[in-house]
Ligand binder design. Sequence first.
Ligand SMILES: Cc1cc2nc3c(=O)[nH]c(=O)nc-3n(C[C@H](O)[C@H](O)[C@H](O)COP(=O)(O)OP(=O)(O)OC[C@H]3O[C@@H](n4cnc5c(N)ncnc54)[C@H](O)[C@@H]3O)c2cc1C
Length: 268
Amino acid sequence: MVLDIIVMIKQVPDAEEIFIDPVKFTLNRSQARGVINPADENALEAALMIKDKTPAKITVITMGPPAAESALLECMGRGADRGILITDRAFAAADTYATSLTLAAAVKKIGRFDLILAGESTTDSGTGHVGPGVAEFMQADQVTYSTSVKIEGDTIIAERELEHGIEVVQTPMPALVTMLINANIPRRSSLRRRIDAMRKGIETMDHESLGLPPEWVGIKGSPTIVGSLKIPEEKKRLNKTITLEEIPEMVKELIENKAIVLGDDEDA
Ligand SMILES: Cc1cc2nc3c(=O)[nH]c(=O)nc-3n(C[C@H](O)[C@H](O)[C@H](O)COP(=O)(O)OP(=O)(O)OC[C@H]3O[C@@H](n4cnc5c(N)ncnc54)[C@H](O)[C@@H]3O)c2cc1C
């Protein structure tokens, strides 16, 4: 049996290079260089690790502008078999609901899948909604916050990193798993595979080919309203030079201000 794995990746602006438009409350990414969202690199690596052991076909999908094609080629250079760019002006300014709906429509169009892998969240909006949103639209089981995933028979076994330990979850396929950043070490792409990918090309889908009316996608299909935006004031750090004798008084002050907590206070 050849497993069909779909990996969802988002090309995000280099975090250093984005700013929020204070009038429109939108993210202005126009000046920023595009990179693969870090957790999505871990999702792809998880898929490739499965393919190293089990026959599998990996399809990488992204919804984004035409420039996101380079991210898909990079993924194919690492070992993905197929890249699909879901792109259309009608998809612009989608919130997480419209993004999930569009990605789920693409998954339905692809047809069969055993496993969908996604990042847990992105570095630009970082809601963590999209993986679970797609799972809901596909009515598939979902496992979030995963650090590893492996196949056993027709089930997946994933380790989830929780606040107080690791939870091991087994669930039947098809399922969707979101991977935490740094879950593994992503491999590099090979030049030969990249050239093959460029020859093979990237497939595209738009709202028409997905059978989605324009009012269901992009800004029109997005119920989120950003009412206002507050940019937090930058707090200045204080540097204070103290003598050895002043340390007990300083520690007392820090405890009083709850800057340090004694004992096992878990709520701290
Ligand atoms: C205040 C605000 C304003 C915004 N304004 C705009 C705007 O003007 N224009 C605009 O385009 N966006 C805008 N967005 C962002 C938009 O809502 C998100 O880019 C999009 O819905 C994805 O959400 P996310 O980045 O939080 O994904 P998350 O839910 O954090 O992503 C989790 C995982 O889902 C997958 N995933 C997420 N997005 C995609 C994708 N596009 N393709 C494939 N896989 C994906 C990846 O595997 C990712 O790791 C705004 C967001 C906020 C909070």
